[in-house]
Design a protein. Sequence first.
Length: 156
Amino acid sequence: MNVYDFKVKTARGEQRSLAEYRGKVLLIVNTATQCGLAPQFKDLQRMHEKYQNEGLAILGFPCNQFADQEPVKDSEMAQTCQLNFGVTFPLHGKINVNGPDADPLYKYLKQEAPGFLGTRIKWNFTKFLVDAEGRVVKRFSPTTKPMKIEAQEKAK
């Protein structure tokens, strides 16, 4: 099993297979527009612009499980992120990342790369790096800035 085995809901409510990203490196992030870490949207967008033609795809998964920081409806999500942060990378339908209703993709990501709290997501903007084979490589904390991830990966 790998990330490509999952289907996710787009912000428009359509099903999309992550197999569409086969061969790309993925940075999967649970997002929230009213989170104190929301300025990371701008760095994620910079990474998207800089590396999308080199095989990096950034995938945002809005989540309202942490202090109701994602009140925007799915239908308004992309527009809100575009206007407020310049986001053009894919944002999906709102999901749960913890608990019994956690999205299957996030259950898998957490199992493959447990964090400080084990298999729970601590907060919005937790990031998972997935290699071009669909394997979860690393988990980054919410406070890890996207540009630090870029620097770490470039140093390898």
